[in-house]
Design a protein around this ligand. Structure first.
Ligand code: ZN
Length: 666
């Protein structure tokens, strides 16, 4: 498994002061509830696109929004019915909107909308409603005839019974991960049956294997395990028809024949469900680096599947930020130098790093699994052999990181958690640039670096594959952030700049990311495991030389870095080891690393972080509402203009999407 999204919210929780937003008075905050803050992002330069580019963006955004219900259904089989129920009650409610029951209900609705279902988007745990079953039942009874199809007992049980569908994705070792996960990617099959099914399809000698299971639901029917394929005349066909319709319209405004073919192949894939066609599409998509407007649309990342096979539906439409892309182009044009000079065993290095194309993009719409919670960097495609033979496309979503950063000003985080003023000033001056460079290096070099020894199964690291892959990419980025090469290339102007990212990384990995974990729980999510793995490993291995310390001041714990150069050496050593594990497929060593450093939480420190964090009232998770695109058409149905506005609020946007893009209803 090779899943390549990073979604660092921490990065943004530290404020920076050196970034200019397009509109200084822009209202970034859309909503705040529970552990969530919903922001708005700007789309600078949309108005500088050509009319044809705006038309292309418009139809691609429509294709993006039409897939929403697919994701909801993938996440849990009753999610759409539950959403329908909640929204009907919300819209028809005639009682006191300030009553305790209604307030709790509204909070639950907001949580469910944010998570695309009843499970938290990050912890995967089911939300607990703060209103009573009786209250909801009485509101249901009050609904006008025909507003909502009668409640199945399953739906009420899903909302109120903690034992039902408790976890969307369970990663606990030793349990049947399929039976204990509530997602809707499997039905009636055990983990052993799923593994046996796909093992029987896999040909160990196939050097260009398709991504088995990427676009299907695996079910047992009449005692036989079969795939229900997501395609035009298959599962999710109704929503896919709308996606295909808008992709077809978009195709007319493609920027080149190459891009037209990319869209055509995606339509072919949606029509046939054929995964070899998806690979062909992915290759053409990877190789189209000339188009300014670009998109992701399909079943891409498999974090929603405990076995990492089936892709969650998502879409992001974007266009290249040409001035900012000079930075990533510099990095990618030097990719071979970075590979040749990395601290890993030369046997595990790539002799020819192929086509790592990197760019800084402006997101125009976020959809499916990338909405409202969204990544800040993406590297695709995921298929290892395509990456090796055709390279990959790596992007940094800078209008998203800017929005995070702008919204973080004055949140008190630095004052509470950063050890001293000097370090805090360093973060102010250099965290925005080093954080973006970290994302660039992680996505366009880190994931693309290294190679497997011949005959090594790319899935050999199994359930730990995602964590170790993220660790590999992060370590590559951390190691090179401190390299004089970055100054030589003009990417940084101060040899100490890297310290800003190092401090943030250690602080986050050792302490502050714990704000996202509930008391008593351990770390499960792959990126979080990776970050603690790296920070803890470096902390432990540098202990005798006091490279990094946890010190107590005024009754509080602080991260103190005494020797940044030594810390860099430790990152290099761990990179060499993680690359060895990946290259050799050393499952046992990988599992030990993850379990020893990445999973267990220091309960006392955790409690302290939660208490200190609670006082700041900063949301641990953030996401976005989209801008609204309004097209005007002439008498022949041709778009004459596309206008962008930002004023839509969170719940109104969700309600509008539910009614206007109901891809799977009826
Ligand atoms: Zn990554």
């Amino acid at each position: 498994m090779n899943k390549l999204i990073i979604a660092s919210v921490m990065a943004a929780a530290i404020s920076s002061s050196n970034i200019q937003a397009a509109d200084k008075n822009f209202d970034y905050t859309a909503d705040r509830f529970s552990d969530i803050e919903v922001l708005r992002y700007q789309v600078p330069d949309f108005n500088n696109l050509t009319l044809d580019q705006k038309r292309l963006v418009y139809y691609l955004t429509e294709a993006a929004l039409w897939g929403r219900d697919i994701l909801w259904d993938q996440n849990y089989k009753y999610n759409l019915a539950i959403r329908d129920l909640l929204e009907s009650v919300y819209k028809n409610y005639e009682g006191d909107r300030n009553s305790e029951q209604f307030k709790a209900f509204e909070l639950y609705l907001k949580q469910v909308e944010f998570a695309n279902g009843i499970h938290h988007h990050y912890s995967m745990d089911k939300f607990t409603p703060g209103f009573s079953r009786e209250w909801l039942q009485s509101e249901i009874d009050r609904l006008p005839e025909g507003t909502w199809t009668p409640v199945q007992t399953e739906v009420m049980a899903a909302i109120f019974d903690p034992a039902v569908a408790a976890k969307r994705v369970n990663q606990a070792a030793g349990e049947d991960l399929i039976l204990t996960s509530a997602n809707n990617l499997y039905e009636g099959v055990t983990q052993a049956e799923v593994e046996a099914y796909y093992d029987s399809l896999k040909d160990p000698n196939d050097s260009t294997p398709i991504s088995y299971g990427l676009n299907s639901r695996l079910v047992k029917k009449d005692g036989k395990v079969t795939e229900q394929v997501y395609k035009l005349d298959g599962l999710y066909g109704d929503a896919i028809a709308h996606i295909v319709d808008n992709l077809t319209k978009a195709m007319a405004y493609a920027e080149s024949d190459a891009q037209r073919l990319v869209i055509a192949r995606l339509i072919d894939f949606y029509t046939t469900g054929d995964l070899a066609t998806f690979d062909d599409y992915s290759i053409r998509w990877t190789e189209d680096t000339a188009s300014q407007v670009d998109f992701i649309n399909g079943f891409i990342e498999s974090y929603g599947d405990p076995l990492g096979m089936t892709g969650s539906w998502e879409s992001i439409v974007n266009f290249k930020n040409i001035p900012a892309s000079a930075r990533t182009e510099t990095i990618s044009s030097n990719a071979q130098w970075f590979e040749n000079n990395s601290p890993v065993d030369p046997r595990f290095r790539k002799e020819n790093v192929k086509g790592v194309s990197a760019k800084v993009i402006t997101a125009a719409i976020l959809a499916g699994d990338s909405y409202p919670s969204t990544p800040i960097g993406i590297n695709l495609p995921n298929a290892n052999w395509i990456r090796a033979a055709h390279g990959s496309k790596s992007v940094t979503l800078e209008n998203i990181t800017e929005a995070y950063d702008e919204a973080s000003h004055g949140n008190g985080f630095n004052e509470e958690f950063v050890i001293d003023k000097a370090t805090s000033d360093l973060l102010d001056d250099y965290l925005f640039i080093t954080d973006n460079l970290h994302t660039d290096l992680h996505e366009c070099l880190g994931h693309a670096s290294g190679r497997l020894l011949p005959g090594v199964d790319p899935d050999a690291l199994k359930a730990h594959g995602s964590t170790l892959e993220e660790a590999r990419a992060d370590l590559f980025a951390l190691y090179y952030l401190a390299d004089p090469k970055l100054l030589e290339l003009g990417l940084l102007d101060n040899p100490d700049a890297y310290k800003a990212e190092y401090y943030k990384y250690m602080l986050n990995g050792l302490m502050t990311q714990l704000m996202r974990i509930e008391p008593g729980k351990d770390i499960e999510e792959a990126h979080m495991r990776n970050r603690q793995l790296i920070a803890k490993w470096a902390f432990e291995h540098g202990k005798k030389d006091k490279v990094v310390e946890l010190v107590r001041r005024g009754g509080k714990t602080f991260v103190k870095i005494n020797d940044y150069r030594a810390l860099r050496d430790l990152f290099g050593q761990l990179l060499a080891e993680v690359q060895r594990i990946k290259s050799e497929g050393d499952y046992a060593a990988g599992a030990e690393l993850v379990e020893k450093y990445g999973v267990k939480v220091d309960r006392k420190l955790h409690r302290e972080v939660l208490d200190r964090y609670a006082k700041l009232n900063i949301a641990p998770y953030r996401g976005f509402v989209n801008p609204v695109y309004e097209a005007t058409f002439d008498d022949n149905g041709v778009i004459t203009d596309v206008r962008i506005t930002y004023g839509e609020d969170y719940i109104p946007q969700m309600l509008r999407y539910s009614s206007d893009y109901a891809g799977l209803k009826k």
